[in-house]
Design a protein around this ligand. Structure first.
Ligand SMILES: [Zn+2]
Length: 218
């Protein structure tokens, strides 16, 4: 059972279908690991249904009804809903929603080495400035010092890592507010794979960061 969960406002927005696609992917993937958050999302969805049923019926004009029906018909599809039970991909590593977003298993993923021991996937999902990709940390490797100008979230898929705020294992979500410096280090006994979701690209700091921000890779 995970120890670190998405915040209540994220679960609320997910249940309401108003979460942006990349954040919805991370929450849906966490739900595959977390019975507690699945129960909370189910309760929020049930509350939403009751609220809709309790709205008193009012007579409306034909033109308003047509406008409402057209709006519903043109509305974007709701984000993927959580499966009732944990849904792991056939390889047993990726939760179902992430497996579907990747379009297959990890075997087909290309990796870009940032520094020795730290790779980002060539695969990414982007909506505006927000993006999701995979972060792979070799055993004992640390992500180069960086800061971010907006929110960042990590969902652990394999292994574990630690930072100033705690230790994160499979299914855990680490959430960082804008301008929060943190130093993620993978456990020494194995690789750590995470889903990384950012509202804006991160900015590496220090002399090494100056080179990384200009596209140099090591
Ligand atoms: Zn949870």
């Amino acid at each position: 059972m995970p120890a670190h969960h998405p915040g209540p406002e994220l679960l609320f927005d997910y249940a309401a279908g108003s979460l942006r696609e990349v954040q919805a992917l991370l929450v849906a993937s966490h739900l595959a690991y977390c019975a507690d958050c699945r129960r909370q999302v189910a309760e929020l969805e049930a509350c939403g249904g009751v609220l809709l049923e309790e709205v008193a019926a009012e007579p409306v004009s034909d033109s308003l009804l047509d406008a409402v029906l057209a709006t519903i018909a043109n509305a974007p599809a709701a984000p993927p809903q959580p499966p009732p039970e944990p849904a792991k991909a056939p390889n047993g590593v990726l939760p179902g929603p992430l497996h579907r977003a990747l379009g297959g298993s990890l075997d087909g993923v290309d990796w870009v080495r940032i520094v020795p021991g730290i790779h980002l996937s060539g695969w990414s999902l982007g909506v505006g400035t927000a993006s999701a990709c995979l972060l792979r940390m070799a055993a004992g490797a640390s992500v180069p010092a960086h800061r971010h100008t907006d929110h960042e979230m990590l969902l652990v898929l394999t292994g574990a890592f630690s930072d100033e705020f705690g230790r994160y294992r499979v299914g855990d979500v680490a959430s960082y507010d804008p301008e929060t410096p943190h130093h993620a280090v993978a456990d020494r006994d194995g690789e750590c794979l995470c889903l990384l979701v950012q509202d804006n690209p991160l900015v590496f700091t220090g002399a090494l960061g100056w080179l990384l921000n200009r596209g140099f890779r090591f």
